[in-house]
Design a binder for this molecule. Structure first.
Ligand code: SF4
Ligand code: MG
Length: 316
């Protein structure tokens, strides 16, 4: 059992001599810094954390964190993270990557991860472009929009990650902003602490390829009022938490409210926890079948076994 350690600091999660090769002004820097601070606030020592990514600019994140880490395949962050968590339920498991990675090629895994409700956290650095491959439209760029890296406007509709997550069964669904450090740290801490599959979709400026969703855009510089577009739902009394999971009316009402808020995108853009519910996790069901899975990594059970079939049965 890993005990929370109040003396862990953000510096404990920094890799000496690692210099992220992101472009200047990239929102990925803010997300990385927030994640280090959030892990420290959670009091998890680095050896109790595993961070898994897919492919893309933001998928380089595990290289810059002094935790266990795996830079896996395009779109596969969630299913690799699922394997890590099932192999050792003592670990805090985090998946991280971009919107093209997670909501494009990884969309099937995204949906089925929500159905499972394993206790893992998914941070998506959402910049509406495929930054690593020169700025093509990603799944979150809406129809009719054209960034400076595109020759013509997008002719497909964009996916709504918040709506997709709620429909898929995610039990913690939030939106953050890369440049709002303290608020993002707070959201990440809540997401990691949540027992179940958590999504934080993080609006992430890509100054190189996306000239639409810039820092100035989120700051509302183009608006007559000059008021930032980004606002915090909690400041307006919004409560996305389901207080009685056994009450279907409350569950439906909270899902509807979250969906409505997720489409608010114009002069105002909401951030914060849109929806949260406490439900049994996938681990609960696995442990009910095999109680020893709760006490340590699976390899302890298999290293001397010549037959792993009974173990595989647990996951059928
Ligand atoms: Fe960041 Fe965009 Fe550069 Fe990628 S291309 S590192 S997302 S600024
Ligand atoms: Mg992207």
């Amino acid at each position: 059992m890993v005990v929370a350690n109040a003396h862990v600091t953000a510096t404990d999660f920094a890799v000496e001599d690692a210099h992220p090769d992101w472009c200047g002004g990239c929102g990925d820097f803010g997300i990385l810094n927030s994640l280090r601070q959030a892990l420290a606030k959670c009091g998890r020592p680095p050896y109790a954390v595993a961070v898994v990514s897919g492919i893309g600019c933001s998928a380089k994140t595990p290289h810059y964190l002094r935790t266990y880490g795996l830079h896996s395949l395009h779109g596969r962050a969630l299913n690799v993270a699922t394997g890590v968590k099932l192999a050792n339920m003592q670990l805090t498991v985090i998946a991280i990557g971009g919107d093209g990675d997670g909501y494009g090629i990884g969309a099937g895994y995204f949906v089925n991860s929500g159905r499972r409700n394993l206790d893992i956290t998914y941070f998506v650095n959402n910049n509406s472009v495929y930054g690593l491959t020169k700025g093509q439209a990603s799944p979150t760029l809406r129809r009719g929009l054209k960034t400076k890296s595109m020759s013509e406007p997008a002719i497909q509709e964009g996916v709504n990650p918040i709506g997709l997550a709620i429909a898929s069964g995610y039990t913690f669904v939030a939106r953050g902003y890369a440049m709002a450090g303290p608020e993002l740290v707070e959201l990440m801490v809540k997401a990691i602490a949540h027992r179940g599959t958590a999504l934080v979709d993080i609006l992430q400026p890509c100054p190189v390829y996306n000239d639409l969703f810039t820092v100035d855009f989120y700051r509302g510089k183009d608006l007559e009022t000059g008021v930032p577009r980004i606002y915090r739902l909690a400041d307006e009394g919004y409560d996305g938490q389901v207080h009685d999971p056994a009450n279907p009316d409350e569950v439906t009402q909270k899902k509807q409210a979250a969906l409505l808020k997720s489409y608010e995108w114009g002069d105002r853009i909401p951030t914060g926890v849109l929806y949260q519910i406490e439900l049994p996790t996938y681990e609960d069901a696995v442990i009910a079948r095999r109680p020893s899975a709760a006490t340590g990594p699976l390899y302890r059970e298999t290293r001397n076994a010549s037959n792993v079939e009974p173990l595989l049965e647990v996951f059928r």
